[in-house]
Design a protein around this ligand. Structure first.
Ligand code: ZN
Length: 63
């Protein structure tokens, strides 16, 4: 997960962190990123619901 952005509403769903941030143009973006060291799952979404759904359905390859 990139740390150079300011995430808001960080929640953790299983091994996946979901956060909301503003992109360079002030639009809300959402990201779901797995915290497992070797997983590498990290995807951006336009809606918070989509990001949380992705987090809930993520099947971690590492665990
Ligand atoms: Zn994972």
């Amino acid at each position: 997960m990139p740390t150079n952005r300011r995430f808001r509403n960080l929640v953790r769903i299983g091994p996946v962190q979901v956060g909301t941030y503003y992109d360079g143009r002030g639009r809300e973006k959402h990201t779901a990123a797995c915290t497992a060291p070797r997983c590498g799952f990290s995807t951006g979404y336009d809606s918070r619901a989509a990001a949380e759904l992705a987090a809930r359905t993520h099947r971690c390859a590492v665990r």
